[in-house]
Ligand binder design. Sequence first.
Ligand code: IPE
Ligand code: IPE
Ligand code: MG
Length: 239
Amino acid sequence: MAKDTSGGPNHVAIIMDGNGRWAQMRNRPRLFGHHAGARRVREIVEACPGEGVKYLTIFAFSTENWKRTQAEVAGLMKLFRRYIQREARDLLANGVRVRFIGDRVRLDDKLVRLMDELELLTSQNDRVHLTVAINYGGRDEVTRAARRLAYDVAADKLSPADVGDETLPKYLDTYFLPDPDLVIRTSGEARISNFLLWQSAYAEYEFIDTLWPDFTPDVFAKVLTSFKARDRRFGAVKV
Ligand code: IPE
Ligand code: IPE
Ligand code: MG
């Protein structure tokens, strides 16, 4: 019998945190934790349809993560490239549409090419929409959006009087996404770290102690169950 997914979130966003500590606890290098974390992604993506989750957005690398050692940054970039190369075929076959958000300008050409190719390859899929945030920062995204909006105004494509609630979201990297209903952060840290600042205005937050490499589909299912018990009011009063 299919699981009852009514009242569940349509869009879940995850701050995948704790890979480094997971590795440290095993006396292994931080990259070992990143590799373990990457393996979890597939299981969580695959769990989405059964849980009624249509959109999954994951934070893989922030605009602040460049502050890490050169070795860790290079290892992560290599991991992203290899991940795309290895997973592309299964993502396509499993009906996953993949898109990337974040500023691509600072990413190396080879990675950007793989990202573009995967987006194109999976563009007809509709079973699950997976969005991966790489070199993503909420402030950077809003700044880039404001800049493009300003160019459109300067080019007379848009009048300042027409800038309303609906305008800025069209310029954000996430223009194709509904707002997240639920944002999960693993590893016990209770902060946003610059993730989906605009989009999460009315998201529910779940901060859990589990480190990302230990985030199994069972843990995911429990978090989704607790979401259903929440009362979302969006500023109104229930009568
Ligand atoms: C999250 O794990 C992955 C990235 C930020 C790339 P961390 O690398 O932040 O792991 P901790 O927080 O140091 O344990
Ligand atoms: C947030 O985790 C970014 C990602 C999960 C990609 P960080 O580990 O970089 O965040 P801080 O430094 O704890 O705020
Ligand atoms: Mg961290």
